[in-house]
Design a protein around this ligand. Structure first.
Ligand SMILES: Cc1cc2nc3c(=O)[nH]c(=O)nc-3n(C[C@H](O)[C@H](O)[C@H](O)COP(=O)(O)OP(=O)(O)OC[C@H]3O[C@@H](n4cnc5c(N)ncnc54)[C@H](O)[C@@H]3O)c2cc1C
Length: 404
């Protein structure tokens, strides 16, 4: 099968499998460090969460029960300003970063109490690292939101943290791509990887596609939902599953919301994005009336004045979810030189992927701060326990609008 070691032309040091947000973040990070990279991706019709997400840099409810994950998310949010500046310089693309902090609305007293407990828990677990939050009851919330549309009568309050923000996610994907390409990265579009064969003796990997086989010394699996099939080929379990999210877009309106909220945000082009549900629907990525309706209803319960706006677009896309909701950053023990990277918050974590994770891969070892992301946690019965506890997505329910 092998066509020899010259199939890539100029030999890359890393072949990245997957051209979504994770793949291009790692590619850009490695290319910034002077590494030679090739990115293999599928064609236009592939499942690609990177093209269907909500665009939030979202921290506030992440990592209850796993403070290391909360810290990782915070660290990435802190680095986002640098990332946006670097991408603008490298690609000329402004990804539209805003980080004014974000609100998560509670539409009944029970939700407000549960939210208060969640925020307090994250704060207690943050220890010396600290965690600033406010639980705003309706009166204080109305004062804070002066200028925004009037709140609906169901809104009892909201949580606020100063760490949250949003970006234009399509421009982010484009900017990562352009920046990596400008630094010499090669893009193999429409070349799905069928198999990765570790070469006997630990001498790199043969990457097989319909177009031929090429040799690479190191391989990074960033194939989103494709990692489930590909990771075992390099001795790693990555049991990711699809979790559907639906998003609605309204017509463009004058600036109404200068801050993101968990399920409504205004794009820099003026449309309101309403979303995004978390649904166990397998690989079905269709928009459904029931869940789209629930998203719209919640948005109108929050801001009744937007009820008259036209919906101009809707879509559904599939999240890349591990059993416990935590990312996977793994260096294969049995196939040195193979790396596996997966997460369900590829916008939020883009900054640590470009900076920290790519640097660790380039150096050849993952630091202990990523230990909670090791795929070793999926070995044996812990996997089932992890699925039940879901610490990284604590507070989220299936089939209702939830923050990304
Ligand atoms: C509705 C929704 C809302 C979201 N909102 C947010 C948000 O607000 N904030 C946030 O941080 N995150 C959000 N996310 C998550 C975010 O979009 C994902 O974390 C991120 O896109 C995952 O990136 P990825 O590269 O792992 O996967 P993907 O973006 O799915 O990309 C995987 C890539 O791998 C390719 N691939 C697969 N198999 C192969 C193969 N065999 N060979 C070659 N290529 C292959 C695919 O073609 C694809 O290009 C949301 C996701 C959804 C669905």
């Amino acid at each position: 099968m092998s066509t020899g070691r010259s199939a890539y032309g100029a030999r890359p040091e890393f072949a990245i499998i997957g051209g979504g947000l994770v793949g291009w973040s790692i590619a850009y990070g490695l290319a910034r460090l002077g590494r030679r990279v090739v990115v293999h991706d599928e064609g236009d019709l592939a499942l690609r969460a990177a093209r269907g997400n909500f665009g939030q840099v979202w921290v506030q409810d992440k990592g209850a029960g796993v403070p290391a994950y909360h810290r990782l998310t915070r660290e990435s949010a802190l680095q986002w300003d640098d990332l946006a500046r670097g991408l603008r310089e490298a690609s000329g693309i402004d990804v539209g970063l805003r980080q004014p902090g974000g609100f998560s609305f509670c539409l009944d007293a029970a939700a407000f109490d549960a939210r208060t407990r969640l925020m307090r828990r994250i704060q207690a677990e943050a220890g010396d690292h600290g965690f600033e939050f406010e639980m705003l009851e309706r009166g204080s919330l109305e004062r804070r939101l002066s200028g925004a549309p009037a709140l609906g009568r169901k809104v009892v309050g909201a949580s606020y943290t100063p760490y949250d923000g949003d970006v234009n996610p399509l421009r982010l994907l484009r900017a990562l791509y352009e920046s990596a390409i400008a630094l010499g990265t090669t893009h193999r579009f429409g070349s799905p990887v069928e198999a990765i064969d570790p070469v006997v003796g630990g001498d790199g990997f043969e990457v097989r596609t319909a177009w031929g086989t090429a040799w690479t010394p190191q391989v990074v699996l960033a194939a989103g939902l494709g990692n489930r099939l590909l990771a075992p080929m390099v001795g790693v379990d990555c049991p990711v599953r699809p979790v559907r999210g639906q998003v609605l877009v309204t017509e463009k309106v004058r600036p109404l919301l200068p801050f993101p909220t968990a399920d409504i945000r205004q794009t820099d082009e003026g449309g309101l994005l309403l979303g995004s549900s978390q649904e166990e629907a397998g690989f079905d990525d269709r928009v459904t009336i029931g869940n789209a309706g629930a998203i719209a209803r919640r948005a109108v319960d929050t801001f009744p004045a937007i009820g008259g706006l036209r919906i101009v677009r809707s879509w559904a896309a599939l999240r890349v979810m591990t059993p416990d909701g935590l990312p996977v950053y793994e260096a294969s023990a049995s196939c040195p030189g193979a790396w596996v990277v997966s997460c369900h918050s590829g916008v939020t974590l883009a900054a640590v992927h470009v900076h920290g994770v790519a640097a660790a891969i380039s150096r050849g070892s993952l630091p202990s701060q990523y230990a909670h992301c090791s795929a070793a946690r999926f070995a044996g019965p812990a996997q089932a326990a992890g699925a039940a506890a879901s610490p990284a997505t604590a507070g989220k329910e299936a089939n209702v609008p939830q923050p990304a």
